[in-house]
Design a protein around this ligand. Sequence first.
Ligand code: CTP
Length: 396
Amino acid sequence: MLKDKVILLGVTGGIAAYKAADLASRLTKEGCDVHVILTQNATEFITPLTFETLTGNKCLTSTFDRNFEWDVKHVSLAKCADAVVIAPATANVIAKLAHGLADDMLTTTVLAATCPKLVFPAMNTAMYENPITQDNIECLRRYGFTVAEPASGVLACKDVGKGRLPDTDTIVSAIAGEIACPHDMKGLHVLVTAGPTCEAIDPVRYITNHSTGKMGYALAEAAQQRGANVTLVSGKTNLKSPDGVTVVPVTSAQDMYRAVLSISDEYDVIIKTAAVADYRPKQAAQNKIKKSDADMSIPLVRNPDILAELGRRKRDSQFLCGFSMETENLLANSADKLQKKNADMIVANSLTTPGAGFGADTNLVSLITREGISQLERMPKAQLAQVILDTILKLR
Ligand code: CTP
C-alpha cells in the first residue's frame, strides 16, 4: 500500500525526534520515497546525516539552503507528496500550524501542501493537556489535519502520562490508512445521529433501548476521515468521541429533535442511526416516585418523528438516510418507512439475525432506495460505514 508513495516527514524539536529515524527507515523499507525536513530545534536532537543515510534523500533544514537543484523546494515538495507526516510534533509546531505561521522550511511546506496531513504530538503530559494545546489540536482537525492521540507511559521527563510518540508500527499503519482512505467527502457537511434516547419517568428512572451508538459513531468517524465536516448528535453512549467530529450530546427524543432541526438546513447529508423512543411518559415526576402495594401504569405520549420532519423539510440537494430495525417483515416495513418519511435511503437491519443489531461489532443490512434493494454481506460496522457512504455519494 505504501510502495512508491512520497512521504514528507517533518521532525520537530522534542526528545522523541530520535524515534523518527526508525520511522524514516521503516517507511523507506516499505518502498516510500521519504523526504525529511528537520526544524532547527530538531537538529539539536538528531542530525540531518542520519536521515540522509536512511532515506537516500537530502534532509532539509533551511528555507534558504542554496545547495540543491533550482526549484522552489517548499512548493515542489508539497506538490509531489502523497502525505505529510509530522512526528514528533511539539506543542510549538502545532500552535504555529494551527495559526498559519510559516517561518521555516517545515511550516512553509505544510502550508503549501494539499495532500493528507498527519500530526503525531509528543510532549510532556501537562503541555499536551493544556487547553491552549488542545484548542490548537482541535483547530488543526477543523482544517482537515489528522491528529493522532499520543501514547501513555513514562515520559523522558520521568512524568507518567499521555505524551509519548506512538510506536513505529502504529504510525506506519495510520499513514497507510490515511493514504488508502479516499478524501471524496471534502466540503460536504454531514450530520449523524446516534445512540438511544432516554425518556424520564422521574429524576431516578427513564425509558430507553439497547442502542450502543456503535454504527452512528463508525459513520461519523468514516465521514470525517473522508474529509467531511461532521456533527454527531448523540444520545447517552460509552463511546469515545471520534477525533475531529463536533459532538452534540442530548438525552431525550425532544432534545434530539430540537438539536437536529435547529441545524439541519446547513447539512448536505443527514444520517439518522439513532434509536429514538417513539413515546415518552406524559409527565416526568418532579420527585422520585415512591412505591406502593398497588400496580402502576405510566401514561405515554407520542414523541415527534425526527426523520419524518426532516423528510418534510428536505431540500433537493439534501440526502436523507434513515435506519430501520425490525423483528419481522424487515424489507416491507423498511420500504414503507422510506416512502412515509421521504428518505433517500433506509438501512434495514433485523434484530433477530446473529451478528447484527444492537451492540454487535458487525452488522448485516439491506440498503433500500427508490432504485431497489441491495442485500449486503455481514461485515464489521467500520467497513459497513464506508459502504453506506460510498452508496450515498453515488446516489447524491
Ligand atoms: N426515527 C426518528 N424519530 C422517531 C422515531 C424514529 O427520527 N421518533 C428515525 C430513526 O432514527 C430511524 C428511522 O426513524 O432512522 C426508523 O426508526 P425505527 O425505530 O426503525 O422505526 P419507527 O419509525 O420508529 O417505526 P416503528 O417503531 O413502528 O418500527
